[in-house]
Design a binder for this molecule. Structure first.
Ligand code: AMP
Ligand code: GLY
Length: 425
């Protein structure tokens, strides 16, 4: 098979590495890709993921047998529908289904209608109404821009003053653009967060092993929210009891709810869960693989990724059982200092060859490219996802941190406490 992956970050590099292992794959393509993905796939850096016409034309020109759309923006924007209309076989939810991630108001209403456990909430189109509501609301409270906002449209407000400033930021000043035309105001919850990714074929759901992200930029969960500074898998807090609860009240219920709404979901549903004192609750849904969750989950999956993806497309996932290695993985993101606000790019990355032929170590590229001289340079806020597998989380963590020393670039920044929570487990 010839497979085209749409995207160009660490998640797509991890997907490409898993696909490359498949006996079914002869050739991989990727748009736009990055310098790491280019080692195993033919990349076309000039095509952006939102340039739908160009993506479709490229897929047809290369006569690919399947397209895997990985990032949220093109999924929510309907790239899957356009590829399908052009007669291509595609993995990922169509536009009608990707709204599960594309609108927080939609997903909250869905959970309410189908009794899926989540935080209590109200939705507002009018900032004045939101301000009036907040006057008597209990603090802290959570404000969420309705639409996609690069994972940054969530504000946790401790006081009424902060909440009022938040309404201004989201709905009036439009800090997150049109994503803030609507806003969800949500009850503040406490507990451990767990990410559970799953494959869905419209009817059947198969959950993958659990993972935990570290969203804040700095050690001790301080600093701004980022796309994710590191992950570990499995989460020791995701116990069998939690799994049973989620199977009973959350996973299948979500798939069935989408089908009942006429929005059959095929692809990956990412459940962002919070393990509250009252039990697991859905924090958010994503309609795709997580980044950097994918880096620690897929490297532990025993199944051929292409088999599973094809089963989702064909509606035969009921015949597939997922299997994961009985080990652990940790991913430490090497970022550009200053991320997620302002940072410099274009610095040469050295030491990448240290990962060649090293079993259980992966250097997933997130933001890298070839410069004019053909050297690999930094090209983003998140640059590399240094990932290692070990017998257990402690070993995986030690190995991942050891491997962070193998590569160097100017302004290299990382958190030093990825996976530290496991010491408390
Ligand atoms: P989201 O993009 O919805 O996952 O939100 C980003 C982050 O904000 C989550 O990972 C949580 O840490 C936090 N968060 C979101 N909703 C809530 C909530 N209702 N209560 C507490 N924290 C929340
Ligand atoms: N790592 C969180 C996400 O992919 O949304």
């Amino acid at each position: 098979m010839k497979v085209l992956i749409v995207g160009g970050g660490g998640r797509e590099h991890a997907i490409a590495v898993s696909m490359k292992k498949s006996a079914k794959v002869d050739k991989l393509y990727c748009v736009p890709g990055n310098a790491g993905i280019a080692q195993i796939a033919e990349c076309e850096p000039s095509i952006g993921v939102m340039e739908f016409d160009k993506v479709v034309a490229y897929a047809k020109e290369k006569e690919v047998d399947m397209v895997f759309v990985a990032p949220d923006d093109p999924l929510v924007g309907g790239l899957v529908d356009e590829l399908q209309a052009a007669g291509l076989r595609v993995f990922g939810p169509n536009k009608a289904a990707a709204i599960l991630e594309g609108s927080k108001a939609f997903s909250k209403d869905l959970m309410k209608k189908y009794n899926i456990p989540t935080a209590a909430y109200e939705t507002f189109d009018d900032p004045e109404a939101a301000l009036a509501y907040l006057e008597t609301a209990e603090m802290p409270i959570v404000l969420k821009a309705d639409g996609l906002a690069l994972g940054k449209g969530v504000l946790i407000c401790n006081t009424l003053e902060e909440a009022k400033a938040g309404v201004k930021e989201i709905m009036m000043d439009k800090h997150f653009g049109s994503a803030g035309n609507r806003m969800v105001v949500e009850e503040f919850m406490t507990g451990r967060e767990v990410s559970v990714l799953s494959f869905v074929d419209g009817k059947t759901i198969r959950t993958m092993t659990s993972a935990q992200d570290h969203k804040r930029a700095k050690d001790g969960d301080q600093g701004l929210n980022t796309g994710g500074m590191g992950t570990f898998s499995p989460s020791p807090f995701y116990t069998e009891e939690v799994d049973e609860f989620c199977k009973k009240y959350i996973y299948q219920a979500t798939v069935d709810a989408m089908a009942a709404e006429g929005r059959e979901f095929k692809g990956v549903i990412f459940f962002g869960l919070m393990l509250t004192p009252k039990g697991p609750r859905v924090l958010e849904y994503n309609a795709r693989f997580g980044d950097p969750e994918t880096q620690v989950v897929l490297c532990r999956m025993k199944n051929d990724l292409v088999d599973v993806v094809e089963a989702c497309i064909d509606g035969t996932l009921d015949q597939v059982e997922l299997e994961f290695e009985d080990n652990a993985a940790v991913c430490v993101v090497l970022a550009s200092d200053g991320y997620p606000v302002a940072y410099e790019k274009g610095f040469e990355i050295s030491g990448l060859e240290n990962f060649d032929d090293k079993e259980d170590y992966y250097c997933f590229h997130a933001g890298s490219k070839f410069d004019a001289a053909g050297k690999i340079v930094t090209n983003g806020g998140r640059v590399l996802g240094i990932t290692a597998k070990g017998e257990n989380l402690k070993e995986a963590r030690a190995k991942a941190y050891e491997a962070t020393k193998w590569v160097e670039f100017s302004n290299k920044y990382m958190r030093n406490d990825i996976g530290k929570a496991i010491d408390e487990a």
